[in-house]
Structure formats: structure tokens, C-alpha cells
Write a protein that binds this ligand. Structure first.
Ligand SMILES: [Zn+2]
Length: 248
């Protein structure tokens, strides 16, 4: 069953009324929803960074453990060499073992150096991690505050919003897809969210451009969809001389 133009216009007007009310509600929340989202993104970023720092530190610690293990092996080896030195048969053997011990000690010094470098690197990363951690804590505090603020504002209008969204769904079903799409498009492009307006005091209720009398007569007939020549908004009807106050 095809709706008449007048019915379509009435459905659009009703939808506009609902959407304007929803806009009002969303306006009371201001930038809070966006600020909450931004903070949440930022917090995820910090958590990722801190996780990276931690795994870098863990890798360096296991590097240190490996060097320490090698040093222990080296100590055992040196002890073994020194025992062997007690039982050498000649100077040549003695010198050869001394050389081995020296090489082993050199290795251990090198390991010490590497361990110290790794420890210094860990301290630097820990500094970065601590800074990130304290910023993260601040952001979490901010988020908690903003979420509290938002939920307070939201709770005041939650029931109303739910009802409006329910109504909205009901009314959109009465409007054909194509018309709904152009309604949405006009709304998205309009600063005040108005897609369907009345002609009020001879002018478009959206952009206040003059609507010629003949066009006003056509609009009043409600036999076809007429849009404002200047802003493209749908002109649903002409307000009577005694002006009915429009909702915004
Ligand atoms: Zn207009």
C-alpha cells in the first residue's frame, strides 16, 4: 500500500521531531563521549608501550642470567686449570695452562662489561616505563572522572532517549528507504540537524530564504515533495498566518 505524499510528509515531520529531541539530548553530553573515547584509546596506547618496556627488560634480564651462567662455568674451568697446573711436568705445559686461564679471565671480564651495559639499559627503560606508568595513572583518573560525569548526564536522559529511539524505529518503518536516505543526507549536511521544515512567514524554516507565493501554494497542497531551492530541505507545509511555533 503506497502512502500518499501528505502521509509521507507527516511521517517525515514526526521523524524530524524525534531526531531534533535526540539531538538536544546528545548536546547535553557535549564532547564528553568523544573525550572518553580518546582517553580510552590513549590508555590502550600507554598499556601497549608499558608492555613493550616490560618485555624488553625481561629479555635483558635473561641476557644477564646467561652471562652469569657463563661466568660460573668459567670459574669452574679456571679452578680446574689451576688444579692441573699443580701437576704439570714442565714449563711449557705450565705456560699453556696459564694462557688458558688468562683467556678465560678475559671472557669473564667481557661478560662483566656486558652485564653492566645490560643493567644500564634496564635502568633507562625503567625510567621510561615509570614515566609512562605515571601518565597512564593520570589518564585513568581522568577517564574515571569523565565517565562518572557522562554517566550522570546520561542517566538523566536515558529513559527519554530509549523511548525516542523506539519511536524513531517505528516511524522510520513508515518511510520508504530512498526517502529516508535523502532525509538522512540532508540532515547530515545541515548545521542544525533540520531536514524537514515548514515555510514560516514566507521563508524556508531552515535557511530563511524567501519562498515565492506560487511555490507556497504548491507546498500547501501537499501533492508532491518540494524542497527548498536554496538549502535543499524538504518543505513539509506552510505555517498558518497565526504562526504555530516550530520546535526549534
Ligand atoms: Zn531553505
Amino acid at each position: 500500500m503506497e502512502n500518499t505524499i501528505a502521509q509521507k510528509l507527516d511521517a517525515l515531520l514526526k521523524l524530524q521531531e524525534i531526531d531534533s529531541s535526540l539531538d538536544e539530548i546528545r548536546k547535553t553530553r557535549g564532547d564528553l563521549p568523544e573525550e572518553v573515547r580518546d582517553l580510552e584509546d590513549e590508555i590502550i596506547g600507554f598499556e601497549t608501550r608499558i608492555g613493550k618496556f616490560k618485555s624488553e627488560i625481561a629479555a635483558l634480564n635473561s641476557e644477564i642470567d646467561n652471562f652469569k651462567g657463563a661466568q660460573k662455568d668459567g670459574e669452574k674451568l679456571i679452578k680446574k686449570y689451576k688444579d692441573q697446573q699443580m701437576n704439570v711436568r714442565n714449563n711449557r705445559e705450565y705456560d699453556a695452562i696459564t694462557k688458558e686461564i688468562e683467556l678465560q679471565e678475559l671472557d669473564m671480564q667481557l661478560a662483566d662489561k656486558k652485564i653492566n651495559e645490560a643493567k644500564a639499559r634496564i635502568r633507562l627503560i625503567e625510567d621510561d616505563a615509570n614515566r609512562a606508568e605515571s601518565t597512564l595513572n593520570e589518564r585513568n583518573e581522568d577517564l574515571k572522572a569523565k565517565k562518572g560525569e557522562l554517566s550522570l548526564i546520561t542517566s538523566e536522559s536515558e529513559a527519554e532517549e530509549k523511548t525516542l529511539l523506539g519511536d524513531r524505529e517505528k516511524h522510520t518503518k513508515k518511510i520508504e528507504e530512498r526517502l529516508l536516505k535523502s532525509y538522512q543526507k540532508i540532515r547530515d549536511n545541515s548545521m542544525n540537524g533540520l531536514a524537514v521544515v515548514h515555510v514560516s512567514r514566507g521563508a524556508c524554516g531552515g535557511c530563511f530564504s524567501i519562498v515565492p507565493p506560487q511555490r507556497q501554494a504548491d507546498i500547501r497542497e501537499r501533492k508532491k515533495l518540494i524542497v527548498c531551492e536554496h538549502c535543499g530541505r524538504i518543505l513539509a507545509d506552510v505555517e498558518s498566518v497565526e504562526p504555530v511555533h516550530q520546535r526549534r
